[in-house]
Ligand binder design. Structure first.
Ligand SMILES: O=c1ccn([C@H]2C[C@H](O)[C@@H](COP(=O)(O)OP(=O)(O)OP(=O)(O)O)O2)c(=O)[nH]1
Ligand SMILES: [Mg+2]
Length: 155
């Protein structure tokens, strides 16, 4: 499939897959930036896209940056809606407790995964169909019982 890309910054490359068959196309920072330990920064990529209807682009972290520097995407995966025409930005956070991380304009900071997405109609019902899992979740299969609050039915 094809995605129209507008480069707001002509000095930066288009998103690119490092290898054929890769799921993620690398995104580059348009600016030099240093993140102190615990700091988050919304990093511009210099790119705007027009995704076809029925697709989403997800901003995922790069595992190398996460493993080496504790640098990840705070809202992972970031959601780029098909109708969005603004600049794609990457919300980076430095989770290393001690070391700052410095990035130079042009460095690869995240990867964009393009997927088809369903558009649902949300249809209200009083009774959901039964399933094998039922209401068990949040670690239920490991014997972990959660004491988190649950919404009481009001009707
Ligand atoms: O990592 C991200 C996440 C979002 N966006 C852009 C594209 C997306 O279509 C728009 C809105 O994102 P989202 O719906 O996640 O944020 P929101 O806080 O719900 O904002 P809005 O009220 O604009 O929907 O922001 C990015 O550029 N990068
Ligand atoms: Mg939103």
């Amino acid at each position: 499939m094809q995605i129209l890309v507008h480069r707001l910054d002509a000095g930066l490359p288009l998103p690119a897959y490092a290898h054929p068959g890769d799921a993620g196309a690398d995104l580059h920072t348009a600016v030099d930036v240093t993140l102190a330990p615990g700091e988050r920064v919304l990093v511009p990529t210099g790119l705007a896209v027009a995704l076809p209807e029925g697709y989403v682009a997800l901003v995922h972290p790069r595992s190398g940056l996460a493993a080496r520097h504790g640098l990840t995407v705070l809202n992972t995966p970031g959601t780029v809606d098909a109708g969005y025409r603004g600049e794609i930005k990457v919300l980076l956070v430095n989770l290393d407790p001690r070391e700052p991380v410095s990035l130079t304009r042009g460095d690869r900071v995240a990867q964009l995964v393009v997927q088809r997405v369903e558009h649902a109609r949300f249809v209200e019902t009083e009774l959901l169909p039964q399933s094998l899992r039922g209401t068990g979740g949040y670690g239920s299969t490991g014997g972990f019982a959660t004491s988190e609050p649950t919404t009481e039915e009001t009707t």
